[in-house]
Design a protein around this ligand. Structure first.
Ligand code: MN
Length: 266
């Protein structure tokens, strides 16, 4: 039986410059983490990797570093792992989407090593039935920074609905956060969120599972950031409809806000 396997990681914040608060070589650390992500995707046999935006920390990157990042993403392609991303606030200037093409993520979209995940999304059939109309599908949609959470496509149209977005969840201190009510009303099966750099346990909000692994790399030397292993969320979808988190962690059902409002980087 064929199964669809894909993976998700939080904001990469790739940068050739080492933040002053870190003692290690940040550029080298990011490249090493990208290699670990690729190894994780290969171990899980993932055909797709989804990124939550803020792929680069800032616009100005050295050519030497950009070349290494491009080589790293070419390795994903050669390994048969398609990489997709939405657009985070660090991938543009002044919150203007028309600056994307002059930013490094725009370059990676242009050369085709990362596919832009649009709100229309990507439809992935995961059972190779002879009857095309009976093929269950996964729809994975992208929501860039600053965009609202769209409602689920009619349930008859597909079987599983994923959204990858660059937004906080239920954070009263930030104007760009999806609220408990918005998420519950959206009806998606999975909401995979970047932007928030802190990791949280998975939540069940209505029927929506909210996954927030936190950023892959950190700009500061806080203890929890130095010692946290990389967080890759692996998904496997097969018949009968079953979405399993690779680590098999339980979901905490939310009736109301459970997070204290906090903002740790964005
Ligand atoms: Mn962000």
């Amino acid at each position: 039986m064929a199964a669809l396997r894909f993976s998700f990681v939080g904001d990469l914040h790739l940068d050739s410059r080492t933040p002053s608060s870190r003692l290690d070589d940040y550029a080298q650390a990011t490249l090493s983490k990208l290699q670990l992500v690729l190894e994780g995707c290969q171990a899980h046999n993932s055909t797709h990797l989804f990124l939550s935006g803020d792929v680069f920390h800032r616009r100005a990157q050295s050519f030497d570093y950009l070349s290494k990042v491009i080589a790293a993403f070419r390795q994903f392609k050669q390994a048969g792992v398609q990489v997709h991303s939405i657009v985070g606030n660090h991938d543009i200037q002044h919150d203007r989407m028309d600056t994307l093409s002059s930013n490094p993520l725009g370059l990676l979209f242009e050369i085709g090593l990362i596919q832009r995940l649009s709100e229309e999304g990507l439809r992935l059939p995961f059972v190779f039935s002879s009857d095309i109309n009976s093929r269950p599908q996964v729809l994975i949609r992208g929501v860039d920074y600053g965009k609202p959470l769209p409602a689920r496509v009619a349930k008859t149209d597909l079987n599983l609905s994923f959204v990858v977005a660059h937004a906080f969840y239920d954070n009263a201190l930030d104007s760009h956060a999806f609220s408990f009510e918005e998420v519950r009303a959206s009806g998606h099966d999975y909401l995979l969120l970047g932007h928030d750099h802190a990791p949280y346990p998975p939540l069940l909000v209505g029927q929506t599972k909210v996954i927030r692994p936190g950023s892959l790399t950190r700009g500061t030397s806080h203890d929890y950031q130095l010692h946290r292993p990389i967080q890759i969320e692996h998904f496997q979808v097969s018949e009968p409809l079953l979405v399993a988190l690779h680590r098999g962690r339980g979901f905490q059902t939310v009736q109301k806000r459970v997070d204290a409002p906090r903002t740790i980087g964005n």
